[in-house]
Design a protein around this ligand. Structure first.
Ligand code: K1U
Ligand code: ZN
Length: 170
């Protein structure tokens, strides 16, 4: 098991479009190891989700666990939202944008189809925080960040804050 470094905004690599995972590769030991490393990295952060893009792996998969007990790890490979309804506002954070929280409006209920870590397709209906988190992680896979929902002025303030924090930490 290994902790993976998480890319931070405004790193341009976060803007990369991820490509589909070859379904035949899912059960390969190297891919299974990567999933375990991502789950370990997410739990250690701590976070409730992590997209492969955030650890500089530009393939369409992500891990999520929204339980308080951290007992329900979910793996979504090549996820697709097939239905969405309603609206909800949630104050989101992001491991790639540390220390910043902002309200984002997303669908309140979604249906997602994906491949699980066993290589089998599945479908899931989600609402509440799980629906928010799936949509947030799927945005990462197309190079989109939650700060993109902010005004350009607020996003620039966030960018300056993080660049300054990184400079001071060096
Ligand atoms: O994608 C990420 O950067 C992970 C992110 C997921 C997320 C959080 C909130 C709304 C939408 C998506 C996080 O996990 S940020 C950390 C966080 O929210 C958290 C950490 C510990 C306990 C509970 C929440
Ligand atoms: Zn994020």
């Amino acid at each position: 098991m290994a902790l993976l470094p998480i890319l931070e905004f405004p790193d341009p690599r976060l803007r990369t479009q991820a490509v589909a995972v070859d379904p035949a590769a899912v059960t390969a030991p190297a891919f299974q190891q990567l999933l375990d490393d991502m789950l370990e990295t997410m739990y250690e952060a701590p976070g409730i989700g992590l997209a492969a893009s955030q650890v500089d792996v530009h393939q369409r998969f992500m891990v999520i666990d929204v339980t308080e007990e951290k007992t329900r790890p979910l793996v979504f490979i090549n996820p697709q939202i097939t239905a969405r309804e309603g609206e909800q506002v949630y104050q989101e954070g992001c491991l790639s944008v540390p220390g910043v929280f902002a309200d984002v409006t997303r669908a309140s209920r979604i249906t997602v189809q994906a491949i699980g870590r066993d290589g089998q397709p599945f479908e899931l209906d989600a609402d509440g925080l799980l629906a928010v988190c799936i949509q947030h992680e799927m945005d990462h896979l197309i190079g989109k960040l939650f700060v993109d929902y902010l005004s350009p002025l607020k996003r620039e303030m966030v960018r300056k804050k993080l660049v300054k924090a990184k400079r001071n930490a060096a």
